[in-house]
Ligand binder design. Sequence first.
Ligand code: SF4
Length: 425
Amino acid sequence: MNKRRPTRQVTLGDQRVGFVKIGGGLNGTEPAPVTVQSMTTVFTHDVKACVAEINKLTAAGCDVVRVAVPEKKDTDALREIIPQVRVPIVADVHFHFQRALEAVESGVHKIRLNPGNINDRKQVIDVIQACKARKLPIRVGVNEGSIIERKDKQRRLKELGQFFSDNKRGYLLAIMITKLEEYLDIFYEQDFHDIVISAKSMDPVTVIEAYSEISKRFDHPLHLGVTHAGPKETGCIRSVTALGTLLANGVGDTIRISYASDPVFEVEDGLELLYCLGLRERKGAELIACPTCGRIQVDLISLVQDVRKKLAAEIKMPIKVAVMGCIVNGPGEAEGADVAVFAGDRRGIIYVQGEKVANVPEEQILDKLLEECKKFEDRVKRGEVALGEKKVEIIPPDPIGELGSGWQKIAESKSNATTLTIGKS
Ligand code: SF4
């Protein structure tokens, strides 16, 4: 992991919804944790549905929520929406700069402008001045889909010619950066620096290259995203390839994973990415599970899904929980888990930090595992134990003997073994 790139910090929010900082490290600021954003999918003017979706995203851990405001009835609706939510709201403005001015008046916390479709200098200055008066940041977001000039025919012809040349990606980057520079000059002339930048493409390699270049040229925080990433099933890989690479290189201050799915998945996967990279402190349990193989002893795939849902709903502490399909490799693969279950012969043996606490039939594994997780969480709260403390030891023939399976394989692979150890040594 590379050190995070220092940026000019921006702050959005208010006393009621709270303040969220993006970026930092310059001008005496501490870098803020990387934040997760998402966007609503319902009509913004459908106040009830919009509030419900924003609150669902907030409950999932979303730090900032963006809403589309294509019509005046949408910016009007913000006056009713904002008092009912507990998260900073960003108005996503395309084509009509008036929507930005209306959104500012309606109490929004940040504006997103796209240089590809709001580029009239006077209009941009009006938006900048309105945001400056309210101390609101602006995200300048260029997108692959709208970066090629549409109005000026000659410029469009030239840009399209470059775009469809052999070095398509290179020219796309050049156009993105040139337009960003031109656009940001207007902001600098107005002495406006509360800026966040994004430069999205559907191609992860272009995203990596674009943000890497931009990070060298500007000191504003970067909002990372892969646009039009597709459904969760494939969009996840597309997004994580680009965002994970950039974040590991120290580039990126806020992220949005985009799916053609329920946006709650965007938040869950965005947070998981940040947890995996150690960029956010994990909230809730961490689940480790084996991929299963020919040694499998229970219906582990279903069990893991059930455990995942229960842990997400009921455990608030970062307890490490392992669900392993057999006793052959399970203990080693669950190394470091606080609570672990190893399956064998349609049963599950449950361990809590070194102590075997249960041996139950397959149908009782889920409930018993959750019960032990809750008990463990309570003990941590009372200060009796600490997370990640103590090693788990499994001493053959217990539990292998009890399970009535696996021992032969253990004996073959570890002929002189007397102790299997799980956890920190
Ligand atoms: S824990 Fe057992 S069942 Fe699961 S992948 Fe490892 S060896 Fe296979």
